[in-house]
Design a protein around this ligand. Structure first.
Ligand code: SF4
Ligand code: SF4
Length: 135
């Protein structure tokens, strides 16, 4: 079963082809295509490096080093999302059901809180849509 970081459930919906490296972009595209084409797929929600992080240049020995804090900040973002969704880490569910649930549960204030520090906000369709901005 695929592992997906909690915040990647949001980023996957806003992805417009931008990313940290060509390999990362290809991996992101591939996983989005696979997950959206087979609606029967279950995923496990995690707050550690996942199948998308596998191809990211910031992934050093399976720890996100993007913010130089051994992944603490991004794990906290994942934990915040898990709390808002009412899930524990390791929760498994159908991918499309999760996407629908995420979009019902998170409101504009949640999105502003979760995505506040993200450098990709202005390139992210999901963020722009949820805060009422045009892409
Ligand atoms: S704004 Fe950033 S963290 Fe938020 S969904 Fe988009 S890419 Fe992910
Ligand atoms: S390693 Fe860090 S920056 Fe890279 S995709 Fe994973 S969470 Fe994002």
């Amino acid at each position: 079963m695929r592992k997906i970081r909690a915040h990647h459930l949001l980023c996957m919906q806003g992805f417009q082809g931008y990313g940290y490296s060509p390999d990362f972009v290809e991996r992101m595209k591939h996983i989005i295509e696979v997950m959206y084409s087979d609606s029967s797929d279950d995923v496990e929600i995690v707050s550690c490096c996942d199948d998308i992080c596998d191809c990211c240049p910031h992934n050093v020995e399976n720890v996100c080093q993007k913010t130089g804090d051994n992944g603490k900040n991004i794990r906290e973002t994942d934990a915040l999302i898990l709390r808002k969704l009412g899930f524990r880490e390791g929760y498994c569910a159908n991918f499309m059901d999760l996407i629908r649930y995420v979009n019902r549960q998170l409101d504009k204030d949640d999105v502003l809180e979760i995505c506040g520090e993200c450098a990709w906000k202005e390139k992210c369709l999901w963020y722009m849509k949820n805060v009422g901005l045009k892409y």
